[in-house]
Design a binder for this molecule. Structure first.
Ligand code: SAH
Length: 496
């Protein structure tokens, strides 16, 4: 929220640089090329099979081949040539890749040296010093292929990730990837310009996500072509999605939020958005930090709304990513109005608001039968950065309510003494939750009278939420609902 007292800064484009990579995943075309495999250990046949599956002509040299290797050569006579003899220097001739399944250190060293002398990339199984490349775990939906590497750190972890992806990735994706290859020519010759072609493949990907249980058909392709052609002549195609990023834990993002993040061309994001959420975006998506935060240099709300509209009018799919739920203290109304005024389609995707995230972290229900019948979300921060003067104090003092106060951190002293003076019982259970749902979460437990003082001891940086109400206290202290519902209950018995 930018008050008049705050300095204004322009939106800042971020996230352009890639983090460190221990290894570069590259996908090697081996069709018709020679792959040398020097046999010597139990993994030999599997490596030869992998290379043969990738279309290589495998020259498998193994003095004493095991039964697996013999069987592989028999099954795939046109791809695997088994030479049951010692390795000879000539075996390296014409090889595009060399794998040594060799247990002996000296043998491995000699094999790697021979390959490297000829400029052939080499891998000696389980001997990192003699490896120019590594084999990752594979999820095979060919031509969609996923390789997973832990850089040799923990292959079982790679295997676990592989099985996770296996369960997530429907087998039908293979059909979509095959269709994409087969359709490329038709799409190229359809007379579409670059932008429309891009739009075609984006919608193709969206359809694949929606119908991953079956391959696409030619009718769908032609319909898509017509659709993007029409879109191109009408111009536009841009849109804005106001998306809630939740309070911090990336697992609290909705599936819809993740999909829109994946599809976005531009992401305008707030300070409170966790980095992990941005990781769902495509690498080439623009990520623009438009952070708004009390007391710090911020972008003007009008600039943010205008930027979103301008980008959408240029044809971009804009995701406006906001902390928590976009409809709670996020000035969504202004961004919706700006989009509507410009005729830009806008959709809203809920997120988990901080109050819900904090309640879950506290392990309490915001409502409790006979005790807490009303939940209210308040802001302690007006347009000028001050406590809003028009807050309805009797509601805050209501013992039946659970109250979540946003943006209250620097005002706890003031608001608590004002609210207690207005009738809020001083013993009302109070919690101040900083960084709710994040790994660095802190919970301050006290009462209405004590929370300001207690929260001063919490130095953790980050957003904080004040929660008040009987529902936050342990139920044992409240007694059965029939007792708790009687009028004197406003003198709460919970002192945390
Ligand atoms: N739209 C957001 C609220 C934005 S206002 C939502 O629905 O949650 C910003 C305020 O939200 C912060 O000042 C703080 O009071 C609260 N907040 C946001 N994330 C929080 C978190 N992880 N922990 C505690 N409070 C949080």
């Amino acid at each position: 929220m930018n008050g008049t007292s705050q300095r204004i800064r322009p939106p800042r484009e971020t996230g352009a640089r890639m983090g460190d990579l221990a290894t570069l995943p590259v996908f090697l075309k081996l069709g018709g090329k020679t792959a040398l495999v020097a046999g010597g250990s139990a993994g030999t046949a599997w490596k030869a099979e992998l290379l043969a599956a990738a279309g290589a002509q495998v020259r498998l040299v193994w003095h004493e081949p095991d039964s697996e290797a013999v069987r592989l050569a028999a099954d795939w006579p046109d791809r695997v040539t088994l030479l049951a003899r010692a390795l000879e220097p000539g075996d390296f001739d014409g090889a595009a890749i060399a794998i040594g399944a060799l247990e002996d250190e000296a043998e491995g060293a000699a094999f790697a040296a021979a390959a490297r002398a000829r400029g052939i990339p080499v891998n000696v199984v389980d001997k990192p010093a003699f490896c120019d490349f590594q084999f990752g775990a594979i999820v095979n939906r060919s031509p969609l292929v996923i390789g997973i590497s832990t850089d040799g750190g923990a292959p079982p972890l790679g295997q676990a990730v592989r099985s996770m992806i296996e369960t997530l990735l429907p087998a039908g994706f293979a059909g979509w990837a095959k269709a994409a290859k087969a359709w490329r020519g038709r799409v190229m010759s359809a007379g579409l310009d670059g932008a429309a072609r891009k739009a075609f493949w984006r919608r193709f990907a969206g359809l694949a996500m929606a119908h991953s249980d079956r391959p696409p058909c030619a009718v769908e392709r032609e319909a898509l072509l017509v659709e993007v052609e029409r879109g191109a002549t009408q111009g536009g195609g841009g849109s804005i999605a106001l998306v809630g990023a939740g309070p911090g834990d990336p697992e609290l993002l909705t599936l819809k939020a993740v999909r829109l993040l994946r599809e976005a061309d531009v992401i305008l994001y707030d300070d409170l958005v966790a980095e992990e959420a941005l990781a769902f975006a495509r690498r080439e998506a623009r990520k623009i930090h438009v952070g708004k935060r009390g007391g710090q240099i911020s972008c003007a709300q009008g600039d943010i709304s205008a930027l979103a509209v301008t980008l959408a009018l240029e044809g971009a799919r804009v995701v406006r990513l906001k902390g928590g739920d976009p409809l709670v203290f996020g000035r969504a109304d202004e961004e919706i109005a700006a989009a509507k005024a410009a005729g830009v389609p806008i959709m809203i995707v809920n997120g988990v608001s901080a109050g819900f995230g904090a309640a879950a972290a506290l392990g309490v229900s915001l409502t409790r039968r006979g005790v807490a019948r009303r939940v209210q979300f308040l802001t302690a921060h007006d347009a000028d950065g001050e406590v809003p003067p028009s807050l309805h104090l009797p509601s805050i003092a209501d013992p039946d309510a659970t109250t979540c106060v946003y943006m209250a951190r620097r005002k706890l002293d003031r608001i608590m003494s004002a609210w207690i003076a207005a009738g809020l019982h001083p013993d009302t259970p109070a919690r101040f939750v900083v960084n709710a749902t994040r790994p660095d979460m802190r919970i301050v437990v006290s009462t209405a009278a004590g929370i300001a003082e207690a929260a001063r001891g919490c130095t953790a940086e980050g957003p904080g939420l004040l929660m008040l109400g009987l529902a936050l206290g342990p139920s044992a202290d409240l007694g059965p609902p029939s007792v708790a519902a009687t009028p004197p209950r406003s003198a709460t018995r919970d002192v945390a």
